[in-house]
Write a protein that binds this ligand. Structure first.
Ligand SMILES: [Zn+2]
Length: 129
């Protein structure tokens, strides 16, 4: 786990922030100073929608060291109700109960741990509504 990367992504992960372009009107995630669609820097931060639906999902049984405490876990691509697509862990449910289109909501949890005494990375995961 890279402390500088965790520090850089802290605001977007902790506050679930994306950007809204003032020129073309499109929204995107992750945070950036520039719109990925039209390239302008005339963008503003906005809070991502906290609910959405599962587009795709899979079960992860072999996890990296920092994610091992979660394994096995469900990972999904979620389309938020503002149209943004994000990847996130789906928690508090069994893989066999998941379905494409299932409605989920964003919750704040521990994402990764760097051992017992290392850094803890927080961010959003999803749970069924
Ligand atoms: Zn734009």
């Amino acid at each position: 786990m890279e402390p500088p990367k965790i520090w850089r992504e802290k605001r977007q992960r902790y506050l679930a922030l994306g950007i809204s372009c003032k020129k073309c009107g499109k929204r995107s995630f992750p945070l950036s100073e520039y719109c990925p669609y039209c390239g302008t820097n005339d963008v503003e931060e906005y809070r991502l929608a906290e609910t959405g639906k599962i587009l795709y999902f899979t079960n992860v049984s072999m996890a990296s060291n920092e994610m091992a405490f979660n394994a096995p876990y469900c990972l999904g691509i979620i389309e938020l109700n503002d149209g943004i697509k994000v990847t996130g862990q789906i928690i508090d449910c069994d893989y066999k109960d998941l379905k494409n289109g299932m409605e989920v909501k964003m919750v704040f949890r521990i994402l990764a741990r760097d051992g017992h005494e290392g850094l803890i990375k927080y961010g959003f995961k999803f749970t069924s509504i």
